[in-house]
Design a protein around this ligand. Sequence first.
Ligand code: GLC
Length: 420
Amino acid sequence: MKKAIAIVSLTAAFAAASHSGAVTLTFACDSVGSGYDECQKGANAWAKQTGNTVKLLQVPKETDQRLALYQQQLGAKSGDVDVYMIDVVWPGLIGQHLLDLKKYIPQADVSRHFPAIVQNNTIGGKLVGMPFFTDAGVLYYRTDLLKKYGYTAAPKTWNELATMAQKIQAGERKTNPKFVGYVFQGKNYEGLTCDALEWISSFGGGSIVDPSGKITVNNDKAVAALRTIQGLVGTISPSAVTTYGEEEARNVWQAGNSAFMRNWPYAYAAGQEEGSAVKGKIGVAALPAGPGGKPAATLGGWQLAVNAYSKNPKEAASLVQYMTSLQEQKRRAIEASYNPTIATLYKDPAVLKAVPFFGSLYDVFTNAVARPATVTGSKYNQVSDAFSTAVYNVLTKKTAPGPALKTLEGQLSRIKGRGW
Ligand code: GLC
């Protein structure tokens, strides 16, 4: 009974957001996995309730490419796109072009979300994005293959992962020459920054730049982490892993051609779909730890923001409010394993039934390691570029880990010298 009333009043609230002259909003949302379709479903529901129309754009898959495109549009003060889905590391890069959502969305709605994400999205007192979904790196493993090769649990350390992957790879290759042990995001882009932060942090080597702004990346533990992962490329990971983003890794995994994969939670629902070779065989665990370290997951995730140059800010904010609401986050969690940003949904029986690891890995999601975006502000993409390039040079064996991190330290100091 109570529930029915709540839904009716929510519908009424969104209907009120439409006025006599219905508008058409342009929405730059997602494209990875089922991202486009899931955005479409939510946008259609809002459009139906309000009488407005939403035109959903095709956006690049890679976050770096999206950023470059949106920076061009916003830099030219273009109002062509009303609502943008923005990465958790962008508020300091493009926040000046985004509306303060506190003026449009009630505080009661805002305060439902994880405070750390709301804080991350608040720049100079302005709330520039509403939390849409959060992300953290996890380890996918094949439950059937672990059993077949005599393992009872997911690996706890990188060395264990290497040993297990080696054994499974050798066995499976007898019948499947394409089979590999471990896939991850190894191409030179933001995804590599995320993976490499996990390696370094799980060895106890810090987070590139610490929260006070000090450059910490050139340390022995970080060197050891990179050395370990360099050793995986060409052994349990294919050399081509240095051309993989999220989707390339998922394609190998979902075709049944790898024992382990590092990816974000969206890959779970995708892998459980009809036609997937790994349906019903997917285990999800925390990523491995380095010697004496603890597992680390990089904090990812996306927010919805309104373009400050939009001609329809009120309707755009209403769309954002709907898309980030509890009911829509619940639908997206159940249908597509997107992590909610509302704590209570991690206790919701329907959510936990659809995505059991939202319960078992709750701590991984709430203790994820942030990239140094807040402290480096408008310089974050330069910092991340320099970092992923240094790591890429190590993975492709162009540079040894020690010299790569020493050079990187110098580059970061020069960026810092220009102010962060
Ligand atoms: C995921 C994360 C995002 C990250 C990106 C890197 O989409 O949610 O934060 O920047 O992957 O590829």
